[in-house]
Design a protein around this ligand. Structure first.
Ligand code: S3P
Length: 440
């Protein structure tokens, strides 16, 4: 069948240099902010995945003029509160939690009602986490028990708010930051640590923002603005996509990989810190800074001996999209690993704590899971019997479940039948092409 990917063999040793597509979080944020700016913004290396293309489609429905070609994306900003759209317009966020939640924040001041919908996976996800703080700005949200579809009834005069973000969610923090742009005053956010791309973009755009960093929380103060200047941006490559190839290399035999121009923003590299603690050597080369983001080439090699880990919970948020891969490393470690405080993993495109455990059980690894933790009994000699068939399906087309399964198949062996190959289009359309290039 067309949408099924089958793997029957281990990957052979490789030594290569690869390039990864643009960062998803930054691509979505750039487009949303550019649409609110005054004038023309240009992005290079914008990720052309479904989540980002849906962002552009939603903006077009709000009346934003956008040109997308092979090399660049041009957005003609409408200015703050300058969208021009039909009453009851419907915006489809597709599979993207980031797009759905950020749109709700961006649109607290909507002049006409707006309906936000999403696909099957996104329609199962919680929106109370953004609706509750965003109501305080004065907007009204009619939802399906805190899930999509949501109808936003905006407020003419959004008021600044005080808000404590306790989940370590950059989506919640960003939704409130975007809403605060349209207020007449200063919004104060006490936020558990999470990726800080929005803060860096606000600074770069000279939006009034002050940040006080404490050990566990950041206090972020954002004041409303009348204007945002346009922003040209070259999106660095996505560490969350690079992660699949880093782990592929770690778990393969006699291989080495260099990944060019990867965004190694400290709030995104929890996975690299965790696998380092497990014995993997990561080398950064050509480190540079671009508009506050830290970028480097990453070099990694196969790692024979992997140590188990009692994973420090302060690394959870900066590794949140990479845990399925980290679990594969733990499966090959020399002992029992423990990962705690991970209830957020079950809030993703699919319940990923459950899926992580399920994939490991299918390859013969024992796990104990609770609602927010997993214990993994590693086996350094892990190898799946050649004729054992492993089928992965009904996983709500979660792109990261698909790609993690491919990495497991290529490194642990067995005969894998992985459904819904198209899911890669969500975040990493060139994933299978790069896999193929490593085989040549
Ligand atoms: C994202 C934040 C994270 C992450 C998601 C992208 C973002 O979600 O899982 O893939 O761009 O802000 P949470 O904020 O819900 O943890």
């Amino acid at each position: 069948m067309k949408n099924i990917y089958t793997i029957k063999n281990f990957i052979k040793p490789f030594k290569k240099k690869i390039e990864i597509e643009g960062d998803k979080s930054l691509s979505i944020r750039w487009a949303l902010l550019a649409s609110q700016a005054n004038g023309k913004s240009i992005a290079k290396n914008l990720l052309k995945s479904e989540d980002v293309l849906n962002t552009l489609k939603c903006l077009k429905r709000l009346g934003v003029k956008i040109i997308l070609d092979k090399n660049k994306c041009i957005i003609n900003g409408c200015g703050i509160n300058g969208y021009n759209y039909k009453k009851n317009v419907i915006l489809n966020a597709g599979n993207s939690g980031t797009l759905g939640r950020l749109l709700v924040g961006l649109l607290v001041h909507a002049k006409k009602n707006i309906k936000i919908i999403g696909d099957k996976s996104l329609s199962k996800r919680d929106f109370s986490r953004v609706i509750i703080p965003l109501r305080k700005f004065g907007a009204t949200f009619n939802s399906n028990k805190n899930k999509l579809p949501i109808i936003i009834k905006g407020t003419k005069n959004p008021r600044p708010i005080k808000y404590t973000e306790n989940l370590g969610s950059a989506q919640c923090k960003t939704a409130v930051m975007l809403a605060s742009l349209n207020t007449n005053g200063t919004t104060i956010i006490k936020a558990k640590k999470s990726r800080n791309h929005t803060e860096l973009l606000f600074k770069f755009l000279k939006i009034p923002i002050k940040i006080n960093r404490n050990k566990k929380y950041d206090i972020i103060k954002v004041s409303g603005v009348k204007k945002i200047s346009s922003l040209n941006y070259k999106i660095p490559s996505d560490i969350s996509s690079a992660a699949f190839f880093i782990i592929l290399t770690v778990l393969s035999k006699k291989s080495e990989l260099t990944l060019k121009n990867i965004n190694i923003n400290p709030s995104r590299i929890g996975m690299l810190k965790i696998i380092k603690l497990m014995g993997v050597k990561i080398i950064y080369r050509n480190i540079k800074y671009y508009k506050g983001e830290k970028i480097a080439d990453i070099n990694v090699s196969s790692t024979e001996t992997l140590k188990p880990i009692n994973c420090p919970i302060n690394l959870n948020s900066s590794a949140i999209d990479e845990f399925l891969l980290i679990f594969l490393v733990a499966a090959k470690a020399n002992g029992v690993s423990l990962f705690k405080n991970l209830s957020e993993l079950n809030q993703k495109e699919s319940p990923r704590l459950k899926w992580g455990s399920k994939i490991l059980n299918l390859i013969g690894i024992r796990t104990n899971i609770t609602k927010d933790s997993i214990e993994i009994y590693g086996n350094p000699k892990l190898s799946v019997y050649k004729n054992k068939t492993i089928t992965i399906n009904n996983y709500l087309k979660d792109h990261r479940v698909f790609m993690t399964s491919v990495i497991a198949a290529l490194t642990f062996g067995g005969k894998w039948i992985i459904h819904d190959k198209d899911s890669i289009k969500t975040s990493f359309p060139s994933f299978l092409k790069i896999i193929k290039s490593l085989k040549n």
